[in-house]
Design a protein around this ligand. Structure first.
Ligand SMILES: *[C@@H]1O[C@H](CO)[C@@H](O)[C@H](O)[C@H]1NC(C)=O
Ligand SMILES: *[C@@H]1O[C@H](CO)[C@@H](O)[C@H](O)[C@H]1NC(C)=O
Ligand SMILES: *[C@@H]1O[C@H](CO)[C@@H](O)[C@H](O)[C@H]1NC(C)=O
Length: 469
């Protein structure tokens, strides 16, 4: 897949929404919509060790005072790549949080394509404007910064490759001030080549408890290494996303616009799965469940609004075979007029404004965190999710949504849950409200910032005591 073209499509798409939004509100509000990530985990509260979860009780506000101790600290952020995917965008958010409290922030990207890339260019530009220094990953400046820094954040398991390649004999000197932020959970990331230094860093930060446990198991059993002090840190929604989610006028305009473009009427009920299209994200099983729910409704002669499904995240350049399978399925079942496909986009807010229910159908071990889940909840949407991974830490079964098993055995339970929400409007709306309350309580940017600040404090403390040894 050419990232290049994704970037351009994204920009074109964004412009269209921007125009619509400009009519109703200011540019600053409109910039909002851009953010959101597909995969990857989130941060929201921190847990130390295994249990000892730190509850979130702080009042909602714009202040990020909890990070004040980072003022004038030198922080090096090492990103394994720079693109519009979850991992790098999260690290950028951290960069901006740190800048906002006056930290000195240096960014390096370990893997860059040799040809110029529009997306990289615009992201680096965005960082420079906000006072983040960008250095080449293999430059002497990068090495010097690593040696001088108060803190180094390595982002993703794969970023571990940077350590030996660039620091060489200085690696051991630097490890005690490294915080390793991990967002992956697929088997191929458990490679010695990536993670051999993991036991010796000051700390690791992982987006959910489930994924943290998985990393502890896998590193011990497969690699025979021990994780350092590891913190589970849930992600939070940005202020920008919350602004749209809480603006009823903007939401109505976006809702009408998206529905019209899909051919869905206001009174119809719209289910969406918003994830890059791939087998791991379970679009195939969702469509089977959707079809099954239509059959159930027909068989039981239930009175429900006309039901539609939209699959946001289509990419015919990348997943052609799988996508053809999806498209063949809907033709075979004659539900083409009920199922819609939308190209992959980072601009998820318009879709969240337009739909009635979010489906989170990630398979296997599920999502590491699944940021779209908290974004949907911010829009007061109930979530039908697989009982796997981070989803189980976000969705409260029966309260903010309903969980079904991953795999083929989840198809019928999901179909029944779809029927439940289609037939019980009141229940659907209540679940949406509960989800919103849960987000306000624990999945906001300031919650994430607070939890991260606890981790950074400990890591700095450790690095300092190490220096004094
Ligand atoms: C980790 O291993 C323990 C036992 O060794 C097991 O009970 C637990 O379910 C495993 N956790 C994960 C996430 O695989
Ligand atoms: C969606 O992507 C396909 C192929 O990647 C492209 O041909 C099509 O024009 C895109 N549709 C929109 C509305 O951008
Ligand atoms: C979710 O709750 C329903 C009942 O409300 C229950 O039947 C189902 O087993 C629960 N699923 C999980 C994964 O806890």
């Amino acid at each position: 897949m050419a990232k290049h073209s994704v970037g351009w499509r994204w920009i074109a798409f964004h412009k269209r929404w921007l125009l619509i939004l400009l009519v109703i509100f200011s540019i600053s509000t409109a910039i909002i919509i851009i953010r959101a990530a597909f995969d990857s985990c989130d941060r929201h509260y921190v847990e130390e060790g295994n249990n000892n979860r730190v509850p979130i009780s702080s009042p909602i506000g714009n202040n990020l005072q909890s990070l004040d101790f980072m003022k004038s600290k030198l922080v090096l952020l090492v990103s394994h790549e720079l693109s519009l995917s979850g991992g790098p965008l999260l690290l950028m958010e951290l960069a901006f949080l740190l800048r906002s409290v006056g930290a000195q922030v240096v960014w390096v990207t370990n893997q860059k394509p040799t040809e110029t890339d529009e997306v990289i260019y615009s992201l680096e530009h965005k960082m420079l404007i906000r006072g983040v220094q960008v250095h080449s990953a293999k430059s002497q400046e990068a090495v010097d910064t690593a040696l001088k820094a108060d803190l180094i954040v390595l982002n993703t398991a794969v970023a571990g490759k940077w350590l030996d390649a660039v620091l060489k004999e200085d690696v051991t000197q630097v490890l005690p001030k490294v915080l390793w932020w991990i967002h992956e959970m697929r088997g191929h990331y458990f490679k010695m080549e990536y993670v051999k230094h993991l036991p010796f860093v000051a700390g690791a930060m992982i987006d959910s408890h489930t994924t943290t446990e998985y990393w502890k198991n896998r590193t011990r059993e497969r690699l025979g290494i021990k994780m350092p002090q590891t913190y589970a840190v849930h992600l939070g929604n940005s202020k920008e996303l919350m602004e749209v989610a809480e603006d009823s006028v903007a939401k109505r305009v976006l809702r009408e616009h998206v529905r019209e473009s899909l051919g869905v009427r206001n009174e119809d009920i719209l289910f969406a799965i918003i994830n890059s299209v791939s087998r791991g994200k379970g679009q195939d099983l969702f469509l089977r469940a959707f079809y099954e729910s239509l059959e159930l409704i027909k068989d039981q002669k239930l009175q429900v609004p006309l039901m539609h499904a939209v699959v946001v995240g289509s990419d015919m350049n990348a997943q052609t075979k799988f996508e053809m399978e999806l498209r063949n399925f809907i033709v075979e079942k004659k539900i083409q007029d009920r199922v819609h496909f939308v190209n992959k986009t980072l601009t998820v807010a318009p879709y969240l404004a337009a739909i009635d229910v979010l489906i989170q159908n990630s398979q296997g071990r599920g999502e590491c965190f699944g940021r779209i889940t908290i974004e949907a909840m911010a829009f007061q949407l109930p979530v039908l999710g697989t009982a796997a991974g981070g989803t189980t830490e976000i969705v409260v079964n029966g309260s903010t949504g309903l969980l079904h098993p991953a795999g083929k055995e989840g198809v019928t339970p999901l179909a029944k849950n779809i029927v439940k929400l289609a037939t019980h409007v009141e229940r659907r709306l209540t679940m949406g409200k509960k989800g919103y309350e849960r987000v306000k309580e624990r999945f906001m940017e300031q919650h994430m910032a607070e939890r991260i600040s606890l981790v950074l404090k400990e890591v700095l403390q450790k690095a300092k005591s190490h220096r004094h040894l």
